[in-house]
Design a protein around this ligand. Structure first.
Ligand code: ADP
Length: 582
């Protein structure tokens, strides 16, 4: 499970991230789309509103000039001059008109059939010329209402492309008496449309053929056909609208707003896309930053969340592992405990068995030694009798044999006595009472007075403790150890007895300057009847140390020897603390 988690860690992290980041991203995109469309719409609306204003302004301007022309055309003196063929008067009026209409460059009056009648500034070449082929004439003569012409090349100097405003001149009866032709100055449209712009936008105008009438970036000394441009094509067909396209000059994305105006013209406002949607773009940048912030936030939240998830998971895994471990440990402990209990029970059984067989053995030894004593006593006493009464009857050899028998019997008696004493140790032991070891030692030193004096032994001891013990048996231990120390010595024995307080009892030591014991015999010497020497070398039965061991063990302590052959020995034994009555 843990491994699986680690393997899928990044996937989980990604899932967490996506869970947090995707909704945020979704919201951002939704807001973006909403805001963007709103702002685009706003941009376009702003465009349209301004454009309407520009179109209105242009129409107003031309209408004003048409009105001025119409008022002029209705002057009775003009009609009169026409009728009289008075070109001079007509010319003077035209001059007067041009002085008022500063946007006009030239004004002319033709006869009803488009023959040039008068012109200002005067141009003799044109006088009498028939202009009926001109669009302006065909336009104005259709219904005899004012007409704004297409773009065309002027006949007279300076030749240039231009449009004209044609206004019919009527007499009092309403009859058409002529046509007033107003030729705007070259910068007419520039003055009207040039200032009309917002930001990087500009407005251009086309005539009903799609030829440019005004464009801020074109010098119109020729016909510039814009009819292929989609916006122009639409406006030509009388369609109003907005569309996105490419600037024909700079290949830059643009928004074109187009609208047909009176007289069959079309106005097109062109504005760079980036400008129209500038605010939308600004908002986009803001939203992208916001989205990025959301993503980062999502990432952090996912990371932290996953971290939390992992740590809690790890914690639960660790807890589970711990639980399993504890359960295993408990099981193990239980098994171990069962094992111990079983072993304990077995041990107790073995102990009981051992005790029983020990008791039996002691009983047996006791009975055996006790029962053996009687026949042995008989043998000893009768051999003594035999020796006393018939010693003289035996030859020297016989006497020697008799001695051997007496000696063997005595020795056997000693052995049996020792064995008896040993077997009684367990059964005839006294309860442990407060025992002053100094007194015990003093008593046995009195008992051992004879061998001590014989050997001239020097015996010293520290102040010994008072402790809970079987006084008689403790005395036996001291007696055996001191007697051995005196016995197993070739020089004058120097013996020291000391006691030292341990953690839970007393440690006694009896050291001598005797013959010492080889290390390999350290254990053997405590076994019953085990001796390292013959009775001739050192008398004894080999039971002393076995007795000591049994007594010390009865007191719950331990006995051992430390020695180096020839350098004396030290016998140690411990007596653990025991409460009175225990
Ligand atoms: P016993 O003294 O009758 O021989 P013990 O059981 O007292 O029997 O001693 C067993 C043997 O341990 C002795 O025969 C002797 O060889 C050795 N031993 C005991 N005490 C000493 C000692 N102080 N120095 C050297 N050897 C000793």
């Amino acid at each position: 499970m843990k491994k699986w988690l680690l393997e899928k860690r990044w996937r989980i992290l990604l899932a967490g991230f996506l869970t947090v980041a995707l909704p945020l991203l979704g919201i951002t995109i939704y807001v973006y789309l909403q805001v963007i469309s709103q702002f685009k719409e706003l941009g376009l609306e702003e465009n349209q509103a301004f454009f309407n204003l520009a179109a209105y302004h242009l129409e107003e301007r031309i209408n004003n000039d048409i009105s001025a022309g119409t008022i002029f055309a209705s002057r009775p003196q003009i009609v009169e001059a026409l009728k009289k063929g008075d070109t001079k008067t007509a010319g003077a009026h035209l001059r007067d008109l041009l002085q008022n209409l500063t946007a006009m460059e030239r004004a002319a009056i033709t006869l009803p059939k488009a023959v040039m009648f008068a012109e200002y500034p005067g141009n003799p070449e044109a006088l009498g010329m028939d202009f009926s082929f001109r669009d302006w004439y065909q336009g104005v003569s259709k219904k005899w209402v004012p007409y704004v012409s297409d773009f065309f090349l002027r006949e007279v100097q300076p030749r240039r492309y231009l449009f004209v405003i044609a206004v019919p001149i009527r007499d009092q009866t309403g009859e058409v008496a002529g046509v007033l032709v107003l030729q705007p100055k070259e910068d007419y449209l520039k003055n009207v449309l040039g200032p009309m712009h917002i930001g990087g936008s500009f407005i251009y105008a086309v005539d009903r053929h799609g030829d440019l009438i005004y464009h801020p970036e074109y010098r119109l000394d020729r016909i510039v056909d814009f009819s292929k441009i989609p916006a122009v094509d639409k406006v030509k067909r009388g369609i109003t609208g907005t569309e996105q396209g490419l600037d024909p000059l700079h290949n830059e994305p643009i928004i074109s707003t187009f609208q047909p105006v009176k007289w069959g013209w079309g106005l097109i406002m062109q504005r760079p896309v980036k400008e129209v949607f500038r605010r939308a773009r600004e908002i986009t940048v803001g939203l992208v930053l916001l989205a990025a912030a959301f993503l980062v936030l999502g990432g952090i939240v996912a990371y932290k969340g996953a971290g939390l998830l992992f740590s809690s998971h790890r914690l639960s895994l660790e807890l589970r592992e711990k639980e399993i471990y504890e359960r295993e440990m408990k099981d193990e402990l239980r098994t171990e405990l069962d094992e111990h209990l079983r072993t304990g029970r077995k041990l107790a059984e073995t102990m009981a068995e051992l005790e029983r067989s020990n008791r039996e053995l002691e009983q047996y030894a006791y009975v055996a030694s006790h029962d053996l004593q009687e026949p042995l006593r008989k043998i000893t006493s009768f051999i003594s009798l035999l020796e006393k009464r018939y010693e003289d009857s035996f030859d020297q050899e016989g006497v020697k044999y008799l001695h051997y028998v007496v000696d063997g019997a005595k020795r056997m008696q000693t052995l049996i006595n020792d064995l008896l004493a040993y077997s009684r140790l367990g059964t005839q032991g006294k309860p442990f009472l407060r025992t002053d070891c100094n007194k015990v030692l003093d008593r046995i030193l009195v008992d051992l007075d004879k061998p001590i004096k014989n050997r001239g032994a020097e015996i010293t001891h520290d102040s010994l403790p008072i402790l809970m013990a079987d006084e008689l048996q403790l005395g036996q231990v001291f007696q055996n150890l001191v007697a051995n120390a005196v016995k197993f010595c070739r020089d004058r024995p120097r013996i020291h007895i000391s006691a030292e307080r341990g953690a839970d009892g007393w440690l006694f030591s009896v050291s001598d300057n005797g013959i010492g014991i080889k290390e390999e015999f350290f254990d053997r010497i405590f076994v019953m009847f085990q001796r390292l020497h013959t009775p001739v070398e050192y008398p004894g039965t080999g039971i002393g140390l076995a007795v000591c061991k049994k007594i010390i063990e009865r007191h719950g302590g331990r006995i051992w020897a430390e020695s180096e052959a020839g350098k004396g020995s030290t016998f140690y034994f411990t007596i653990p603390d025991r409460q009175a009555g225990a």
